[in-house]
Design a protein around this ligand. Structure first.
Ligand SMILES: Cc1cc2nc3c(=O)[nH]c(=O)nc-3n(C[C@H](O)[C@H](O)[C@H](O)COP(=O)(O)O)c2cc1C
Length: 287
């Protein structure tokens, strides 16, 4: 399915579902997307399973899905996306990039999803996906039909994370060097592309990335890491998931506006001054 700019701009995390299992058409479409999902930009390929609670040996009652979702944060979900990836230096960025593409496909079909990096039972999810030695289980997501109203826990979570807000443009997007704000006017399609990145989900809505427009179609991605937060779930690097997600949003937004391009890691860009941030990757694409 085509990910449009609207899909990227209008997606919101959904934690309140209506309790219906996925209909066959949605189940088949997600399975097809999973079968086609390739590697992330740094070469690692996650394995992602679409599980319903009964299939996963988690029981078949309405309570079982809550067990994997844990802590009552998610309600009414009957299907889960659970992913694993082999340990490597960029495993979490690759996982973020690929898992987000699945969530965007689900969003485009009208399904609700929510990245869960912390508030779920890692043990139950690891058993469900058959986690192997040498693999990480970075995150999971419920997938299903949004309920008409959010539960109180869902609403409280959104409030706590400030989920409706985003950092202002001048803090996120720069021209030529970090700290020099990118003027929002005169960008043409690129205004929508940057906004699609700004709307990307991130853990606790911290948005730990900055973009520097160095030349038409050439964008440097910098990492604004909060070390303690990023490493709190070691060996999972939660903010590197966020980097991968942001990279996916930029790639999808470029595709949605008819552009081609790819992410690369460039020695010459790594050598450019980036303080207080750290260089991560460069988008090389059409202007
Ligand atoms: C890597 C990652 C981990 C997250 N972990 C959790 C989590 O453990 N529990 C939760 O309720 N939401 C979690 N979220 C959802 C974020 O809180 C949410 O994306 C952010 O507040 C922005 O809201 P939005 O997705 O509705 O735009 C996570 C998001 C990301 C990207």
């Amino acid at each position: 399915m085509n990910i449009t700019l609207d899909t990227l701009l209008l997606r919101r995390s959904v934690r309140s579902f209506d309790g219906r299992p996925l209909v066959a058409a949605d189940q088949d479409a997600l399975e097809a997307v999973l079968a086609e999902a390739g590697p992330g930009p740094f070469g690692a390929t996650p394995r992602i399973r679409l599980l319903d609670a009964a299939q996963a040996g988690l029981g078949d009652t309405d309570r079982a899905p809550t067990r994997i979702g844990a802590y009552g944060v998610v309600s009414g979900a009957r299907a889960w996306l659970v992913g694993a990836i082999g340990k490597s230096p960029d495993a979490c960025a690759d996982f973020g990039y690929v898992f987000e593409s699945i969530l965007l496909e689900a969003t485009a079909r009208g399904l609700g999803t929510c990245w869960l990096g912390g508030t779920f039972s890692r043990g139950a999810a690891a058993r469900a996906v058959g986690l192997a030695e040498g693999e990480l289980l970075p995150a999971i997501s419920p997938v299903g039909y949004p309920a008409d109203r959010r539960t109180l826990v869902d609403a409280a979570f959104r409030l706590g994370a400030g989920s409706d807000g985003r950092k202002p443009w001048r803090e996120l997007f720069f021209e030529g060097e970090p700290g020099r704000p990118l003027p929002a006017s005169g960008l043409g399609d690129w205004a929508g592309i940057f906004e699609a990145v700004r709307r990307a989900p991130s853990a606790s809505n911290r948005q730990p990335w900055r973009l520097v427009l160095d030349a038409p179609g050439r964008v440097r991605l910098l990492f604004a890491e909060n070390r303690a937060y990023n490493r709190a779930l070691d060996p999972v690097r939660v903010q590197e998931l966020d980097l991968g997600i942001a990279m996916r949003h930029l790639a999808e937004a470029c595709a949605a506006t008819g552009r081609t391009g790819a992410w690369a890691r460039l020695g010459e860009d790594a050598a450019k001054p980036a303080a207080p941030f750290a260089y991560h990757a460069t988008w090389l694409g059409d202007a």
